[in-house]
Design a protein. Structure first.
Ligand SMILES: *Cc1c(COP(=O)(O)O)cnc(C)c1O
Length: 421
């Protein structure tokens, strides 16, 4: 596509989105798989990492590797400054009020478990209800189930319509004075549905309930403003925003975080420790960051967000929509292919099943042609069962994917379907 055509397609002001230049930042995109150029379309599982982020690890371990906060020497100061610099950057990235609302975790999963074990364990009792959407990733289902089994509160499920959009009428009806918390993802990893979390937050708050938003799929594709959403908790993972694995973030409203008890004990999270007088805890965010954190990963996450801000997350989201439209149109002509997830508000995920062809077979064979897609339940078994399937094929797009790659994927898919049918 010429840049003028691209401008037209995306409605961009100058300069146009330069996907080929941006690809240069990702060394992995040069590799081959089974003798074919890699076409990486598994971005909803993990995004690839730009060289600028990879370089952070070598710089950190070769120049200023030191434990943070406790040291008084130069290396410790440098490491602490870089680590806390990421906290400032995440604060800006989410538009939080205060960097102390940013807690580093191992990922979205651990961020949700923190809320469940700290806030949930303190506030949820028999008779209370937690509303969870049918679109949720297992990481926003199972931690609640584990605690519900112990505490006796009830989990209710917000249903979806046939397009994979949440049934907002049902949501309104499920909300009641028994509802203590609503747990919902901002964007579904299995279908790509974008949920109206701002409206959902307002409705939850009218009932005196809190809302936890799982932002693992939203943060790579759109600008997120936790104050505008009025989210009580917001979680995301580093490895889905072009950062490393092993690090994620929990944002929480200050008044909530300040009253919540610690969930893990250890170094760094205390003020004083005594066998006689008892132990007192550090203030937020350190109260929730027991032990030595993933220092290099946190610093690298900061670099990833800098990269993301440099390109512009809104521009990336627009480009992914161009890719998604092109892919959706191209696969629609394939005989017996059914797309799951056709909500009007959708991010760059294409989930589908093909009559007479198992998702696993398609995934294995298309890999032989160099194309990486994901097949399976995408950690959303309840949702897939609702649509009457055990597995789908999922192609998911990122900043660096091209229209040519989409064409390669569709041609490969046609070939593979011809082979297995
Ligand atoms: C990936 C993902 C998670 C889990 O993230 P981890 O990085 O594995 O902790 C949760 N929710 C959604 C929507 C996801 O896409």
């Amino acid at each position: 596509m010429s840049s003028t055509a691209l401008d037209k397609a995306t409605g961009f002001a100058q300069p146009p989105y330069d996907v080929l230049a941006l690809r240069q930042d990702f060394p992995i995109l040069d590799r081959e798989v089974h003798g074919k150029p890699l076409v990486y379309l598994d971005n909803a599982a993990t995004s690839q990492t730009p060289q600028q982020v990879i370089d952070v690890f070598s710089a950190y371990y070769s120049r200023y590797n030191a434990n943070i906060h406790r040291g008084l020497h130069t290396l410790a100061d440098e490491a602490t400054a870089a680590f806390e610099g990421t906290r400032q950057r995440v604060k800006a990235f989410l538009n939080a009020e205060d960097p102390r609302q940013i807690i580093f975790t191992r990922g979205t999963t651990e961020a949700i478990n923190l809320v469940v074990q700290s806030w949930g364990r303190t506030n949820l009792n028999a008779g209370d209800e937690v509303l969870i959407s049918l679109l949720e990733h297992h990481s926003n289902i199972v931690p609640w189930q584990l605690l519900a089994a112990e505490r006796g509160f009830t989990i209710k499920v917000i249903p979806v319509d046939e397009s994979g959009a949440l049934d907002m009428q049902a949501y309104r009806e499920l909300l009641s004075e028994r509802t203590k918390l609503v747990a919902v993802n901002h964007v579904s990893n299995a279908l790509g549905t974008i949920n109206p979390v701002k409206e959902m937050a307002a409705l939850a708050h009218q009932q005196g309930a809190l809302i936890l938003v799982d932002g693992a799929q939203a943060t790579p594709h759109q600008t997120v403003d936790v104050q505008d959403i009025d989210a009580d908790f917001y979680a995301f993972s580093g490895h889905k925003v072009y950062g490393p694995t092993g690090v994620g973030v929990l944002y929480g409203k200050k008044a909530l975080l300040e009253t919540m008890p610690p969930w893990q004990g250890g170094g760094e999270m205390i003020k004083t420790v005594s066998f006689d007088a008892g132990t007192t805890f550090a203030s937020i965010p350190h109260k929730f960051e027991a032990g030595t954190p993933a220092i290099a990963e946190v610093i690298a996450l900061g670099r990833a967000l800098e990269w993301l801000d440099g390109v512009g997350v809104a521009a990336i989201g627009e480009w992914e929509n161009v890719l998604l439209k092109h892919a959706t149109q191209a696969v629609s002509s394939i005989d017996g292919l059914r797309i799951l997830g056709t909500a009007p508000n959708k991010a760059g995920v294409l989930s589908f099943v093909v009559d007479g062809a198992h998702a696993q077979d398609i995934g294995l064979l298309i890999d032989q042609l160099g194309v990486a897609i994901r097949t399976g339940h995408h950690c959303a078994q309840p949702l897939l069962h609702h649509f009457g399937v055990d597995a789908t094929c999922r192609a998911s797009f990122a900043a660096y994917n091209t229209l040519d790659e989409v064409d390669t994927f569709v041609a490969a898919l046609n070939r593979v379907i011809g082979m297995v049918r």
